[in-house]
Design a binder for this molecule. Sequence first.
Ligand code: FES
Length: 107
Amino acid sequence: MSHPLEVPAEKIPAPGQRTLLRWNDRNLLLFNVAGQLHAIDDSCPHQGASLFGGRLEGHTLQCSAHGLRFDLATGYLLNSTRVCVTRFPVETLEGRVFIIVAKEPKE
Ligand code: FES
């Protein structure tokens, strides 16, 4: 079941910027690439390093741990369709920004 997580206005990144958000026990990253927002899990699919400090060139984010590069538009490792970072849809409504996350099932 999906759930809209509203991004506080002060956390919405300007073009070229990124922000770190906390949701449940996870860290989410929100990037603004030339006005396009991309939300991903802050965990590299290789060995789980934080992607927050990764180098960004266009839509390409490079993990600072071992250098793997991911396309933020798809989440996939460059030149691969097998390994990808977890992406979340982003919706905007009247200036408000929402990351659509999956609601964790209750135990
Ligand atoms: S943990 Fe990201 S490339 Fe290894």
